[in-house]
Unconditional design. Structure first.
Lengths: 125, 135
């Protein structure tokens, strides 16, 4: 029991810690738009995968030079980011668009043609 | 080797609750947006400010006496469309940070990358200690 408790503590205090980026999801008739706040993540450290219906977003922190100065005061801690979303059948899996700007990741998931709203013409005889 | 013990889960829950009340209360009490980290070196200070979604044009940094004032606005980037989930915050902010010593107003540099604002300050000449010779 003791070993397990120790292991969990390590996990909590160490690198295994993950941040869940705050996210907004918006819907328009054509697409879903996801916005995730991931400050400190560079383009090349971002990893987005769609596996079946799981959309996984991971962002690694770092890659920049280590700070030589001493940290004296802190209101936040940065960790790697990780968040998973479940997506439905209504998105076009081949046209997912991602854009990273000012620490905000925008994902655009287009809806499939077949689920988009269609106007039905009434034919009169 | 580990054996399953029903009390493990009970203690685990206690740890979760403890850390929630301890750490959030201790570390993050009364912090004001935007959140900062302060690094100090020899005669220099570096602030790292978390400002995801704020553009360069919408942020203002001022030096007022021995305080650094960070002011700006995080504009909403999606206002009309219906939302399914909303967790991000928007609006105007203003934060004043007291500096540990006077800094040289000419040598302040600020840089914004990946949603983190870095402000670098250098100690002013007249705030440095001076050795006085005895005649």
């Amino acid at each position: 029991m003791a070993t397990r408790e120790y292991a969990e503590k390590e996990k909590y205090n160490g690198e295994e810690c993950r941040l869940v980026p705050p996210s907004d999801i918006f819907e328009t008739p054509d697409e879903y738009s996801l916005k995730l706040e991931m400050p400190g993540v560079m383009r090349e450290n971002l990893d987005i995968t769609l596996d079946n219906d799981e959309l996984m977003i991971r962002g690694r922190i770092g890659g920049e030079k280590e700070e030589t100065m001493e940290l004296k005061y802190s209101e936040y801690t940065l960790h790697d980011y990780e968040r998973k979303f479940m997506v439905g059948n209504d998105i076009d899996r081949d046209s997912i668009h991602a854009n990273l700007e000012n620490g905000v990741l925008t994902l655009t998931l287009r809806k499939r043609e077949s689920v988009k709203p269609k106007k039905i013409e009434i034919s009169t005889h | 080797m580990l054996t399953y013990d029903i009390f493990d889960n009970v203690f685990q829950l206690r740890n979760v609750l403890d850390s929630f009340f301890d750490e959030t209360a201790r570390n993050y009490r009364g912090r004001e947006y935007p959140f900062v980290q302060r690094f100090e070196g020899e005669d220099e200070i570096l602030f790292r400010v978390l400002v995801p979604g704020v553009t360069r044009e919408n942020i203002n940094i001022e030096l007022v006496d021995t305080s650094l004032v960070i002011e700006g606005e995080k504009k909403e980037d999606h206002s009309d469309n219906p939302y399914l989930r909303r967790e991000r915050m928007f609006g105007k902010f203003r934060k004043s940070i007291k500096l540990p010593y006077r800094v040289d107003p000419e040598k302040i540099t600020a840089d914004m990358k990946h949603g983190i604002l870095e402000i670098h300050l250098v100690k002013s000449e007249d705030a440095k200690p001076k050795k006085i010779e005895i005649r």
